[in-house]
Design a binder for this molecule. Structure first.
Ligand code: CUA
Length: 371
């Protein structure tokens, strides 16, 4: 993709909801720093001249001044800079809080960093490399991971950046406010071609974005591809819908609290999903055995994102979809029930010593049904 060279710019474009506040804080800090630097420099020169040693003068006696005036002066030059610095702190902290909390209804887009490119997946199935198409005036949330080393997704025009780590999910969000093309940089040294790990964000009008999405990739949505992966890997054999399978029901589970066998609990989020797929023994859900095999090495990072998207698609995190399903789809229970082995055939991990209640009992209690 070629872009027209731009004339010299002191500041990057201001193209997101964060840009005005970040620039405001930056200006404030520059003005405060410049004011005090000039004041101190001026006073050094001024006092050096004013109080210079003149011919015929001896060394003056030391000043021993405990007057109210000098105390007020000392308090003033301590308290005023303190106040000015605290403004920087509070202002910066408030921007940081906003930047670290994506709004609930953000448009989710997945980013995978890899030496030396950015791979982007849209929920609808479109995929791109080193380019990110987004609609203007819409909250965008990037869920990011890396296939190898630490990268950092940085869009100067949006005044936002975040590290992209292998084995973890980090997020970054912004609301583009201006249609246009903006640079993506990798802001973490990641090897010889780090400086070439760049790309463009294309901010489009909502209509153009819909048109762009409609061109599509020919493949299904991320959730659909995740579902076929879910079946290929055999997950569906144990994670059955009615909660009576050998593994916890995943319907309506994402975003919920999960009670674990050791008495603690964890939130069902991206990181937990990933950990449970790659290291199933790490956190055992209360009432279930340690029977899930690891899928380490069997799923790519992008495949993992599709699985996560599929599990997310299984139900509204705040909803009670599962209870409704149980009542309205009895035939489904029947169907999935036939896949269950007899109690005697249930594999039992030798090390499994969970103090939890039997499966059936756990799944009839209101909290047990969630996970
Ligand atoms: Cu990726 Cu630097």
């Amino acid at each position: 993709m070629t872009m027209e060279p731009r004339s010299f710019q002191l500041f990057p474009d201001s193209a997101s909801n964060f840009a005005p506040s970040v620039d405001g804080l930056y200006t404030y800090m520059v003005v405060i720093s410049a004011f005090f630097s000039l004041l101190v420099a001026f006073l050094i020169v001024f006092f050096a001249i004013k109080y210079r040693k003149r011919p015929g003068q001896g060394v003056p006696a030391p000043i021993n001044d405990h007057s109210i005036g000098s105390m007020i002066l000392e308090i003033a030059w301590s308290v005023i800079p303190l106040g000015l610095s605290l403004v920087m702190f509070a202002w910066g902290a408030s921007i940081m809080f906003t930047e670290s909390r994506p709004p609930k209804d953000s448009l989710n887009i997945y980013v995978t960093g890899k030496r030396w490119m950015w791979k982007i997946q849209h929920l609808e199935g479109a995929r791109e490399i080193n380019e990110l198409h987004v609609p203007v005036n819409r909250d965008i949330r990037l869920t990011m991971t890396s296939e190898d080393v630490i990268h950092d997704f940085y869009v100067p025009a949006f005044r936002t950046k975040a590290d992209v780590l292998p084995g973890r999910y980090t997020t970054e969000w912004f609301r583009p406010t201006k249609v246009g093309d903006y640079h993506i940089f990798c802001a973490e040294y990641c090897g010889t071609k780090h400086s070439g790990m760049i790309g463009w964000v294309h901010v489009m009008t909502a209509e153009d974005y819909d048109k762009w999405l409609a061109q599509g990739s020919g493949e299904g949505s991320m959730a659909e591809e995740g579902e076929s992966l879910f079946r290929q890997l055999g997950c569906a054999n144990c994670h059955v819908k009615d909660g009576h399978g050998r593994a916890p029901n995943l319907y309506g589970a994402f975003g919920m609290k999960v009670d674990l066998a050791d008495g603690s609990s964890v939130r069902f989020d991206e990181a937990y999903t990933r950990e449970s797929i790659l290291y199933p023994q790490a956190k055992i859900v209360a009432g279930y055995d340690r029977i899930m095999p690891t899928f380490h090495g069997l799923i790519s990072d992008e495949g993992m994102l599709k699985l996560i998207e599929y599990i997310k698609s299984l139900g509204d995190p705040n909803g009670t979809i599962q209870e409704k399903d149980l009542q309205s789809e009895p035939s489904n229970i029947q169907k999935t029930g036939t896949m269950m082995p007899d109690q005697s055939e249930m594999p039992k991990a030798p090390a499994a010593k969970t103090p939890a209640a039997p499966r059936a009992a756990a799944s009839t209690t209101p909290t047990g049904t969630q996970q």
